[in-house]
Design a protein around this ligand. Sequence first.
Ligand SMILES: C[S@@+](CC[C@H](N)C(=O)[O-])C[C@H]1O[C@@H](n2cnc3c(N)ncnc32)[C@H](O)[C@@H]1O
Length: 227
Amino acid sequence: MPNPQQPHGPLRSFGRIKSRPIKARQAALFDSLLPSIAVPETPFDPLSLKPHAKAVWVEIGFGGGEHLAGQAAQNPDVLILGAEPFQNGVASALRHLEEAGAGNARIHPGDGREVLANLPDASVDRLFVLFPDPWQKARHNKRRLVNADFLAEAHRVLKPGGAFRFATDWADYADWTLERVLASGLFDWQAGRADDWRTPPADHLTTRYEEKKLGDIAPVWLDFLRL
Ligand SMILES: C[S@@+](CC[C@H](N)C(=O)[O-])C[C@H]1O[C@@H](n2cnc3c(N)ncnc32)[C@H](O)[C@@H]1O
């Protein structure tokens, strides 16, 4: 029976939720910084968090937070909401945000689908899903973040014309996402030639997972526009 608290199903962990012990300085940030920058856990208007934000961006699965903190530092007028259940990743992101002095990011130390569920319709300008867990074995494909429910929810929270950036270095996940996004009829894909998906977008910041080159292809970037 579906759990009303988790309309999107349980979070399946590809890696571990916690691996090596978190360094004392980073652990302290869970008490000193996280409470003041946590994403609300009930429905909220993102502009109540930063009233003059010129845009609202969301990153799901920010890993170590390098992209989240980098984008926050480079775009001080933008409010960036990030979600990541991996505790060491959250600790790392808190450190990056503190070091960057970026006060325009908010963090949800958990499932990004909870953040989307609490956002109003048409409230987000950009959504990033960068190198999501590949779940590459056929019997695990259904655990992938990108599915019809996720795309419907992404479409709901994005503004018309808003952008959804997906990146992966697994060929099958690229095909999987392209197939589902195009079949959904909810997004437009304006790429015309291979360079459009093989070349990192000008505003992309390299992520830690991307550097590991664990996939079976060079990274591809799929930039979709919400119809
Ligand atoms: C392969 S890692 C990539 C991390 C980062 N984007 C990068 O490129 O370095 C995928 C991340 O997505 C996180 N993740 C998986 N499911 C998630 C969900 N439902 N909400 C938020 N994060 C999720 C995992 O914990 C993991 O850290």
